[in-house]
Design a protein around this ligand. Structure first.
Ligand code: ATP
Ligand code: MG
Length: 264
């Protein structure tokens, strides 16, 4: 049996007559970056929310580190929550809290750490995502979009998770900021040996980060595989997604990099 950090089995999601997921199975392996792509409204965010127990599937089960999120064992579920971090798609920070307090929030909720330690840990997390200490006392409204994403990432990393969920991490960032955010995720993934589940519609981000890609279309997973396997799939959504001008350029770039790496 495969060793899955996140295991989705027979997932069925329905809002009234709107069937979003139809019998989906998925296994996210330890240490990989798994990207989830699909059209707008195909149910990517819903699936991430189901993976952190914020929403219940209509049918089926989600297990994280072997524990079913449907379990009634509250203490097991609470422990599980400290093992993952999530970067949400929309406005990721609390606007009424400073940068410092945003990152401190999950640490304070634990009620185990004294304020001195919280301070040191917050400053360490900010440093990890490239935010200078002078920004700690600022309010989110004073920051650029790229900084907000970095601070939201620092908060997702606050409790040193083993598993990180990212919903559209580079959406709304200009190409330079997007590229440096991708580099940051690559570094953190390597240094912290994280398992990552990421939703993105940005091809550059997808190509740069994914070990495997899962494509959601027609309420099912059309394919789960490496980028090369996925681009060979004939489904019209996939052809459109990867074979447009931008898609072709991104794929050519990744193949060129692979060729260089294999020569060295
Ligand atoms: N709480 C809810 N009640 C009713 N319908 C919902 C609810 N949450 C999501 N939906 C519906 O489920 C579908 C999937 O939504 P979801 O937000 O997961 O899509 P998505 O793939 O993340 O889209 P996007 O790329 O636009 O972010 C949509 O049709 C949405 O309207
Ligand atoms: Mg979404």
């Amino acid at each position: 049996m495969e060793d899955c950090v996140v295991e989705v089995k027979g997932l069925w999601t329905q809002f009234g007559d709107n069937v979003v997921h139809r019998d989906i199975d998925l296994c996210v392996r330890h240490g990989e970056i798994m990207s989830l792509v699909g059209g707008s409204g195909s149910g990517k965010t819903t699936m991430l929310r189901q993976m952190i127990g914020l929403e219940r599937p209509t049918r089926g089960d989600v297990r994280v580190f072997g524990v079913s999120l449907q379990s009634n064992d509250l203490s097991a579920l609470r422990k599980l929550r400290d093992r993952w971090g999530m970067l949400f798609q929309e406005g990721a920070l609390f606007s009424a809290l400073t940068v410092f307090d945003n990152v401190a929030l999950p640490m304070r909720e634990l009620r185990l750490l004294d304020e001195g330690l919280v301070h040191d840990l917050v400053m360490m997390k900010l440093d990890m995502v490239g935010i200078e200490p002078r920004h700690a006392s600022k309010m989110p409204a004073e920051l650029s979009g790229g900084m907000v994403k970095r601070i939201a990432l620092a908060r997702a990393l606050a409790l040193e998770p083993e598993l990180l969920f990212l919903d559209e991490p580079t959406a709304g960032l200009d190409p330079d900021r997007s590229e440096s955010f991708v580099t940051l995720i690559q570094e953190l993934h390597r240094e912290l040996q994280l398992t990552v589940v990421m939703v993105t519609h940005d091809l550059d981000t997808l190509v740069a980060l994914s070990n495997r890609v899962a494509v959601l279309c027609d309420q099912r997973l059309e394919i789960v595989g490496t980028l090369d396997e996925v681009v060979a799939d004939p489904h019209p959504f996939i052809r459109n997604f990867f074979m447009g001008e931008r898609g072709r350029r991104a794929l050519e770039a990744v193949r060129a990099v692979k060729a260089i790496v294999s020569m060295t």
